[in-house]
Design a protein around this ligand. Structure first.
Ligand SMILES: Cc1ncc(COP(=O)(O)O)c(C=O)c1O
Length: 531
């Protein structure tokens, strides 16, 4: 069902003043504050609401104005205000439409209207509060209802007012390139992650490439690494991790994973370091990927790196806010690279990325590389890029970062629901439970279907309108791009078998319990006919 509801003036007044069917309104407001429904109100009607509120309070001898005003503020804080545009006004003047209807049409066309006066709102989707509550309690999943893998529209709807304000403010300042929002976001991100520096860049891929280029310049005094330089990384990750190594001039050395955590297997890393690969090669660094929001064993990786004088570049694209023993990922290695691709747990409305480090020189180099390669772009020192974080993206990320802990916590709760619902299914392996050392943020909830029927399960879920994904179907060492351009460590077979078993279930900060329940029931039906 549609989850967006628009409350009209009379309904809000009833709730605040305890008049009319205020208990039904209370029920709706509770659902809104728990993110089970999304509530809206046209900003243009706020003066009318305020005026009628004052009038009613004066008319009602026993009501306490202060108390009611607090309640009014409280309810409004749960509602997203829809701004009024010239187009809305024209429609009202030309067709006799209302502000409520025009505002809703523009922002969420499927919205349901909750009104105390049905006759004034000629809308098929209009309900009185009581009728809506009855409808809501008796709703059934319709065939057309879909469980999205990730519902980005819902995330926008939930923060619409703040995001819109941020965007308007960028427009008003008109500093589109490196506006103040970029440096403010960088300061906030550095303080959140716990590094001295955080530098915004154009994407997660660029964050990896620029970090590697800065390491080559700083540690090797050359613009790029050489083909002979090996960087150890996982064969089970997004292409960009390995591709960035090639773009920085080095060669990836792919090693196997720990199938429980899906992360770089530390024993395989040690083995790679003790093997005489090819005479000309030498290992210069480790690039651990905190896949699906789950930390690698950073104690072990940092120990190995120290023993062999290697740099550690953390790929934190999927783990903003995740921790290893109380420290935020991206603050432990030599340098960290984040992605703000829209589907990431901290995502923008387009591409974006971030490099984090405590090393002043590396930070300075990344700062130069992202702006054509020099402190002064008209007199450059290095082969640089145009890879600035967009001001608009920074403004959105600033808003979304305020909610990152709450949203990561919601992801953990959803993971717990999945764990509880699926734990007894013998043909499914659940992701590693997070515990104290690992603050998993479940960017993805990834199961392994161990009886060879992963694709059948995926199709069965699709038929029920449930979207799933397979991250990742092909290990990096089997991709054409790395053919002859990588070194294969031992025990990569385990990556190949994981690729044939993994299935990512729908998860997002605003995935509802009902949706999780439906996914769980459908999976149980597939294996055991619903038992
Ligand atoms: C593990 C990993 N590394 C790197 C990237 C690259 O990030 P972007 O898409 O922002 O370039 C991604 C995401 O897409 C990723 O998941």
């Amino acid at each position: 069902m549609t989850k967006e509801v628009l409350l009209d003036v009379g309904v809000i007044l009833d709730y605040v003043l305890g008049t009319g069917d205020y208990t039904s309104v209370q029920y709706i407001i509770d659902k809104i504050s728990n993110h089970q429904l999304y509530g809206f109100f046209p900003a243009g009607l706020v003066p009318l609401l305020s005026h009628l509120f004052e009038q009613k309070v004066t008319e009602t001898p026993h009501s306490s104005t202060t108390y009611s005003k607090d309640k009014l503020k409280e309810v409004m804080s749960h509602l997203q205000l829809i701004t009024t545009t010239g187009k809305d006004i024209s429609a009202i003047l030309d067709t006799g439409s209302s502000l409520t209807i025009e505002a809703a049409k523009r922002v969420c066309p499927d919205v349901m209207f909750i009104t105390d006066c049905l006759s004034s709102l000629k809308q098929s989707k209009a309900f009185t509060p009581g009728a809506f509550v009855e409808y809501y309690k008796n709703r059934r999943k319709k065939k057309t209802d879909q469980v999205f893998f990730l519902n980005l529209k819902r995330e926008y709807t939930n923060l619409m007012e703040e995001v819109d304000q941020a965007l308007l403010s960028v427009g008003a300042k008109a500093q589109y390139i490196m506006g103040p929002e970029v440096s403010q976001f960088e300061t906030d991100a550095a303080s959140y992650i716990g590094t001295k520096h955080a530098i915004g860049v154009a994407s997660g891929t660029d964050a990896l490439v620029l970090a590697l280029r800065a390491l080559a310049i700083h540690q090797r005094e050359q613009e790029f690494f050489n083909e002979e330089d090996l960087i150890i990384t996982s064969a089970f990750t997004f292409t960009a991790t390995g591709d960035a190594i090639l773009r920085a001039g080095a060669t990836p050395l792919f090693v196997g994973i720990d199938p429980d955590s899906f992360n770089l297997n530390v024993e395989h890393v040690k083995k790679a370091l003790s093997t005489d690969h090819v005479d000309k090669h030498r290992i210069v660094g480790i690039l651990p990927v905190h896949l699906f929001g789950h930390s690698c064993d950073m104690d072990a990786i940092m120990n190995i790196a120290e023993q062999h004088s290697l740099f550690v570049l953390e790929d934190v694209a999927q783990a903003f806010g995740a921790e290893w023993k109380g420290e935020k990922l991206g603050s432990i290695g030599t340098i960290g690279a984040f992605s703000f691709y829209p589907t990431k747990n901290l995502g923008g409305f387009g591409d974006g990325g971030l490099v984090t480090t405590c090393d002043d020189r590396l930070a300075e180099l990344v700062g130069m590389l992202l702006g054509h390669g020099g402190k002064d772009k008209y007199n450059v020192e290095h082969i640089g890029y145009n890879s600035r974080l967009d001001t608009i993206q920074a403004s959105i990320l600033q808003v979304k970062m305020r909610y990152i802990d709450e949203f990561n916590l919601r992801r953990r709760k959803i993971a717990e629901f999945y764990d509880q619902g699926l734990q007894d299914l013998k043909d499914i392996k659940l992701p590693l439970l997070y515990y104290d050392s690992y603050q998993h943020i479940y960017h993805q909830y990834t199961i392994c279907v161990t009886d060879g029927r992963r694709d059948q399960l995926r199709s069965a879920l699709k038929e029920k309108g449930i979207d799933t994904m397979v991250y990742y179907p092909i290990p990096l060492h089997q991709m054409k791009v790395f053919d002859g351009q990588c070194v294969k460590g031992e025990e990569l077979e385990n990556v190949e078998s994981v690729c044939s078993e993994v299935l990512n279930l729908p998860i997002g900060p605003l995935t509802s319990c009902e949706e999780v329940e439906l996914v769980v029931t459908s999976i149980r039906e597939f294996f055991y006919g619903g038992n």
